[in-house]
Design a protein around this ligand. Structure first.
Ligand code: FES
Ligand SMILES: [Fe+2]
Length: 388
């Protein structure tokens, strides 16, 4: 068992000072880590009509154009009006609603300023170009690269399982209150499910542990994931001064195989439910909001695929995603007020995640460390991340 030795603050001190000392990069990442591909929409949510989003503090307009997906900064350089309010006047372009400046969706170039005539001298000036973002549709999701310089292949940041030929992927996308780190830490949190989700309908009839011993975090063999593990204790135990707990629970007659949770940068939590996989992507919006993408997938074809879809729409989407994740976890994430904080043994899962980010998050080329294969994934002293 790894001891948690991080400094703890009392409310009278600067509540963030200890966090800044312990994990300065993580603490500074209010708007997330840059140089990653982030999923932002389910593919079916993006059509011809522009969609406006904020990702890692950047206002972006997304649009589908003749089969391709395009992403531009959501700001017209003329007078700062959001391009997402604009019109799709000509193929391959987006016209600003205010004065009709018309931009090429692929390059962001100003092609015509409609209300200044076809010979408008403002066109062709590279300084009035709108920034474009690398964007791609994969695994039934739309992914945007937030970072400087040329991006790595999107597959670098997409969990491999989602890319399988027979992957059946369903997603729920929600904008939620709370910084993305609260949401990710809640997902990593080893102990919370045993109490917070104790009576949730999805697991109501299942045998449920009360606590755990030997909570650990360790990197996966390929260095991409930080795996969480512990030994669940199902038996009723005596708590001195209180009595026995958990009490009764005679209705829990179903058993299930233990499930494994794993975390990955820039903010992904995956649970292997054996017959299906649950991925939660926490995408920073601004300091107080994030997107949660709850992505469920299985590998199936034909009848098996149809049956899994029924199970998904009847149980997984309603009881697991809406009730358990959105309502129960969502309440916690929206109402957290930390630091200051006072951690206990199971929080090794949270401490491990913070250390992982501190050491493994990609750095900007301007930090003097260009993005290379070496810091895309693994490499380096991965084991040190959780043992230091
Ligand atoms: S503000 Fe966009 S065209 Fe004028
Ligand atoms: Fe939870």
């Amino acid at each position: 068992m790894q001891e948690i030795e991080e400094p703890m603050d009392t409310p009278s001190q600067d509540p963030r000072a200890a966090a800044r000392r312990a994990w300065p990069r993580y603490e500074a990442a209010e708007l997330g880590f840059r140089h990653y591909w982030y999923p932002v929409l389910a593919a079916r949510q993006l059509k011809q009509k522009p969609v406006s989003l904020v990702v890692c503090g950047e206002k972006i307009v997304l649009v589908r154009d003749r089969g391709a997906v395009r992403a531009l900064k959501d700001r017209c350089p003329h007078r700062g009006v959001p391009l997402s309010a604009g019109r799709r006047e000509f193929p391959g372009t987006l016209s600003c609603l205010y004065h009709g400046w018309t931009f090429d969706l692929a390059s962001g170039e100003l092609i015509q300023a409609l209300t200044d005539g076809p010979d408008s001298p403002v066109c062709g000036n590279p300084e009035v170009c709108v920034k474009t973002y690398p964007v791609i549709q994969k695994a039934n999701l739309i992914w945007i690269y937030i970072g400087d310089g040329p991006p790595p292949p999107a597959e670098t940041d997409i969990p491999e399982t989602l890319l399988a030929d027979d992957a059946v992927v369903e997603a729920v996308v929600e904008r939620r209150k709370g910084n993305w780190r609260y949401a990710m830490e809640n997902a990593c949190d080893e102990a919370h499910a045993k109490y917070l989700h104790r009576y949730t309908p999805y697991y109501f009839f299942f045998r449920f542990p009360g606590w755990q011993t030997d909570a650990r975090v360790a990197p996966s063999e390929d260095g991409k994931w930080l795996n969480r593990s512990s030994k669940p204790v199902f038996e009723k135990v005596h708590y001195p001064g209180l009595g026995s707990w958990p009490r009764g629970e005679f209705w829990r007659w179903l058993r299930r195989k233990p499930i494994k949770g794993s975390s990955r940068l820039p903010g992904v939590f995956a649970v292997d439910h054996h017959t299906w996989h649950d991925f939660q992507f926490f995408v920073p919006v601004d300091k107080e909001h994030h997107l949660t993408l709850q992505v469920s997938m299985t590998r199936a074809k034909g009848l098996k695929k149809a049956l899994w879809k029924i199970r998904y729409w009847l149980f997984i989407r309603t009881l697991h995603h809406w009730l358990l994740n959105s309502r129960e976890d969502g309440f916690i994430v929206e109402n957290m007020d930390a630091p200051p904080e006072w951690l206990f043994r199971p929080d090794i899962s949270i401490v491990g995640w913070r250390r992982w980010c501190e050491q493994k998050a990609r750095r900007s080329p301007s930090d003097g460390e260009p993005i290379s294969q070496a810091n895309l994934h693994s490499g380096g002293a991965v084991a040190d991340v959780v043992s230091s």
